[in-house]
Design a protein around this ligand. Structure first.
Ligand code: KIV
Length: 266
């Protein structure tokens, strides 16, 4: 049996230049398949609000629903590091964030929590990490801010917003974040941030220079209703089974063939 993936494993992979494969999962069956495909990190994303629950955004998802899905994923795998998303309005204050994170870790079995946001989240990240809650930050396109952003658009295109994302990334690392998800930014910015930080940077539409990649399970299987995002790839189309698609995804991330140029924003 493979040994458990920890934050130290991922840190070592970053230093060695080995790419990290991350995939979302929302229940035990898919978690089991992701584990046997060699996925290092499973993210129980609040994307479940859209791909599982059928909402048109992630905003309605509750902490209780995240705990429910995280516990299912936890029962399906034992090797990957397990990250649970902190849903919208679950981390408005450091105290509320600690309460939500506590539930995700104690009842759901998460090893780490992920929260969206930059400078405004620095105090919360410090509060959590000072109290033994490992935090993955999330910058770039923030789906929980969709109404503020006015749509699912690439972020950091102009030099001012690119500098702000880089500055936020440094601040969040300084506050104790041990991983960063970077969503929908130009490839050059994804590479710059990955080189600037000591912690692993996991991209989704953030180019080939990131330390690892994450995709939403349903996008990767080509079963998301509507259009699959341009940064994603339908791995099921070439493989024919969920199991083979997950193996192909893990292999493509590990050998650097995914993402290809056409999945990146220039
Ligand atoms: O909720 C989610 O699945 C995510 C990924 C898009 C990174 O945050």
């Amino acid at each position: 049996m493979k040994s458990k993936i920890t934050l130290s494993t991922l840190q070592r992979m970053k230093v060695a230049g080995e790419k990290i494969a991350v995939l979302t999962a929302y229940d035990a069956a898919f978690a089991r398949l992701a584990e046997s495909a060699g996925i290092e990190v499973i993210l129980v994303g609040d994307s479940l609000g859209m791909v599982v629950q059928g909402h048109d955004s992630t905003l309605p998802v509750t902490v209780e629903e995240m705990v429910y899905h995280t516990a299912m994923v936890n029962r399906g795998c034992s090797v990957p590091l397990l990250i649970a998303d902190m849903p919208f309005m679950s981390h408005g204050t450091p105290r509320q964030a600690l309460d939500s994170a506590g539930k995700l870790m104690k009842e759901g079995g998460a090893h780490m929590v992920k929260l969206e946001g930059g400078h405004a989240q620095v105090e919360t990240v410090r509060h959590l990490t000072d109290r033994a809650v490992p935090v993955c930050a999330h910058l770039g396109l923030l789906p929980q801010s969709i109404h503020q952003l006015g749509g699912y658009k690439v972020q950091g295109r102009d030099s001012r917003s690119a500098e702000r994302i880089l500055r936020d990334a440094r601040e969040l690392q300084q506050a104790g974040a041990q991983m960063l998800v970077l969503e929908c930014v130009p490839e050059v910015l994804g590479e710059e941030i990955s080189l600037a930080l000591d912690i692993p940077v996991i991209g989704i539409g953030a180019g080939r220079g990131c330390d690892g990649q994450v995709l939403v399970l349903h996008d990767m299987l080509g079963i998301t209703p509507g259009n699959t995002p341009g940064f994603s790839r339908n791995f099921m189309a070439d493989t024919g089974s969920v199991e083979a698609a997950m193996c192909a995804y893990a292999e493509a991330v590990h050998n650097g063939s995914f993402p290809a140029r056409e999945h990146c924003f220039q």
